[in-house]
Design a protein around this ligand. Structure first.
Ligand code: ATP
Length: 356
């Protein structure tokens, strides 16, 4: 039995031949934000719909505070699960004003319901709209009311399915931060769906990276970004450089020297990956030839192939002596001319080696 706020074990669901959820395991703790991150169609919304109880799973169990709420035999109806959900497609009750909409799901005295609703309207900057009707509000304002309404009953668990995506950038950041702050303060466990890696990195305590119905990696934003489980996971968070090489006696040769590749048979093709911001220009040793193999690896000679100024950074494509093109991102104070020679470094700790 689990003491976590929400525990999901071995959850699976197929639509015909299509596997929408494939053996999902997740644990959510109070005041913690977990982001379910993945490309369109990978099964994020389906997972949320199973948890909230509107889509039955083929197999697997869900526990809330250690109590089984559904498996093949037991099913607690959605309204008794104490799980709040906020979708992108929300709807307000058209016949109730803004304050009444927010107060709708609240219990207790009239005064306490009013107090809670007013404080939430203040937090989403809509205090002056309390007596307005939904049709008098813009789409973004309606969405903020819907968020206040979803948060109002202090759900133990809150599922958010991209509810902020209809708002403009600045408003989205404010409303999202404020909503998550309220939920954290109330001790809710939050599961938030997004296909945006940068949103997940900003908001999540833990990211669960999903692909083809499976969770392929779980961890803090730092871990997921710095220790990707495979090439696709690395690429999901931004551009990557890939160098290809075959294994010989547990070693692969690259322009940056040898890399240790234990556990791979001779002849296996491997991808050696490095992100553009991790490539270093070796100004100190410029022109002095390759450095010895150490944590920084061996320096590789390269010439500038293309250089682009992007404001805060410059993106430089370098051509190595073997013809490989590597992209580096550097502070934009640096914008070299095409053809200029440099020595590059690929620090070992930022290189990932995966089977091709
Ligand atoms: P998006 O980010 O685009 O919303 P998602 O990751 O939330 O995508 P889901 O909506 O969970 O993905 O869908 C997962 C897969 O299951 C998709 O291939 C989808 O076409 C399929 N699917 C979802 N709901 C149904 C359904 N009711 N009947 C048949 N197939 C479905």
């Amino acid at each position: 039995m689990s003491n976590s706020r929400l525990e999901i074990r071995n959850l699976s669901l197929k639509f015909g031949d299509r596997v929408a959820a494939d053996n999902i395991n997740l644990v959510l703790e109070p005041s913690q934000v977990t982001c379910l991150l993945g490309p369109s169609g990978c099964g994020k919304s389906t997972t949320l719909r199973i948890i909230v109880g509107v889509e039955p799973q083929d197999s697997g169990e869900i526990y809330v505070d250690g109590d089984l709420i559904c498996n093949g035999l037991v099913t607690t109806r959605p309204e008794y699960r104490n799980i709040g959900m906020m979708f992108q497609d929300f709807s307000l009750f058209p016949h109730l004003n803004v304050l009444e909409n927010v107060a709708f799901g609240l219990r207790g005295s009239r005064a306490s319901r009013r107090l809670r609703s007013e404080s939430l309207l203040e937090r989403v900057n809509l205090s002056s709209y309390a007596s307005k009707m939904p049709h008098e509000l813009s789409g973004g304002e309606q969405q903020r009311v819907a968020l206040a309404r979803a948060v109002a009953p202090r759900p133990k668990i809150m599922l958010l399915d991209e509810p902020f995506s209809g708002l403009d950038d600045r408003l989205r950041d404010n409303i999202r931060d404020e909503t998550l702050k309220v939920l954290r303060e109330d001790g809710a466990a939050v599961l938030m769906v997004t296909h945006s890696p940068s949103e997940a990195m900003k908001m999540a305590d833990e990211i669960a990276l999903m692909r083809n119905g499976k969770i392929v990696q779980k961890g803090t934003p730092y871990t997921i970004y710095n220790s990707p489980t495979d090439c696709e996971a690395a690429a999901f968070f931004g551009d990557i450089n890939i160098m290809v090489s075959s294994v010989d006696k547990s070693l692969v040769q690259t322009p940056f020297g040898e890399f240790f590749a234990p556990g791979h048979a001779d002849g296996t093709m491997l991808d050696i990956i490095i992100r553009p911001q991790h490539i270093r220009i070796d100004f100190d040793r410029a022109g002095q030839g390759p450095s010895p193999t150490d944590a920084m690896g061996q320096a590789a000679r390269a010439t500038v192939y293309r250089a682009r100024f992007l404001g805060q950074i410059s993106i430089i494509d370098f051509k190595l002596e073997d013809g490989t093109i590597l992209t580096a991102s550097v502070p934009s104070v640096f914008l070299p001319k095409v053809g200029m020679p440099f020595w590059l470094l690929a620090p070992r700790k930022h290189c990932y080696v995966f089977p091709k």
